[in-house]
Write a protein that binds this ligand. Sequence first.
Ligand code: HEM
Length: 434
Amino acid sequence: MNQINDNQKTNQTPSVPPGSFGLPWIGETIDFLTDANFADKREAKYGSVFKTNIIGKPTVVMCGAEANQFILQTHFDNFSWREGWPQNFRELLGESLFLQDGAEHQKNRRLLMPAFHGTALNNYFATMMEIIDRYLDKWSKMDNLTMLSEMKKMTFEIASVLLLGSDMGNDDQITELSKNFSDLTAGLFALPIKLPWTTYSKAVRGRDFLLKHIETEIISRRKNPQQDALSLLIQTQDEEGDSLDEAQIKVQALLMLFAGHETTTSMLTCLFMALAQHPDILNQARLEQEGLSSEDNFNLEQIKKMTYLDRILKEVERLYPPVPRGFRGVVKPFVFKGYSVPKGWQVLYRIEKTHKDKNIYSQPEIFDPERFSPERAEHKKVDYSLVGFGGGSRFCLGYAFAQLEMKIFATKLLRGFEWELEPNQDLSLKLIPS
Ligand code: HEM
């Protein structure tokens, strides 16, 4: 039995959603940052649409596939990406795609797209494979390893070679870039106090170091183009003959690194874990590879035939989404499920919660790639129910790039290696911020 809300009973002007704004000024930010069940607790109390106040703004949390579609597609114009990011992001990540809306976003997205799709991916195949082979070889000589930190190194090297123009195998350079990148990301959620020793100042220095590195690589590529994304970003022109200027290429390349690094690391680590935890699924994935490895050399055409691996990756996306939620600023007021939300608030849509909806996914807690088989296709029952890469016109720009990297890694792993997990570990996912 559903409870009828007050607005439905009386046909009055819709009211704002139920919930609490918490304490003056800090609202419910501390709970949001420290309690992994923050949203679940409030959803149980108030329903699937509730208000709170986090990171300095009145916020409406909207749960479920219908809410996702409302935010990502049907009412897209009511929301702004720029207004959905905290101030630190604006300074540290510059005027890049995450902070752009409307016509400016569309134009830049069109200019960035060729470097992450279609034939560009052919150019990245050999680089990704070489780096992945080297890491797998290194790991195979180690008795024990902490996969998350090792995976971070591998995905960082791939991203820094293809996106930042670094030299493959140049450990000193990649270690220095990685350190500066860590400083930069640590500043995204730090207090924006600029004193020489603060986390925030270190982040600004890290950003400047990375931007300077990209600038040097752009100059070198203008003279001598390479088979990498940076060279494509320099060359791309849209139908009006416009291209990205140097300042834009620098911030957009940095943003791509930010958007793709931790996300790909997290998904690959979860893939590695899930395969080890499910021997039957691992076995079936190996059988698929055996059928293909008798064909000619490993190439993009073979990857297109890996339908079972595709299902496994979808299941990792569903059960362990690296981005568990998305924020937007509300730029036009709207009414959703009988509640009104004013301009100036922010909205949060819940990816991980949608992926565990029992009305969409049978036994959602179980790792079961077959739910994505053509016969079952559970994700096709309801639109916007699988949103691990977002949706609508701002769907993840790096989707094809990430899929390629993950499939090359999985193929190499399945064809050549055996591994097992150490017993008695805490393998639960930690959200950052929680
Ligand atoms: C497994 C890896 C990845 C996952 C799970 C992932 C997930 C996502 C999600 C959920 C969004 C939408 C967020 C929202 O609606 O608030 C998004 C957007 C985006 N992603 Fe990814 N991503 C991944 C890899 C990458 C890579 C490798 C790149 C770049 C090379 C990238 C670049 C972007 C960009 C630029 C956007 C914003 C698109 C726009 O504003 O038009 N992502 N991603």
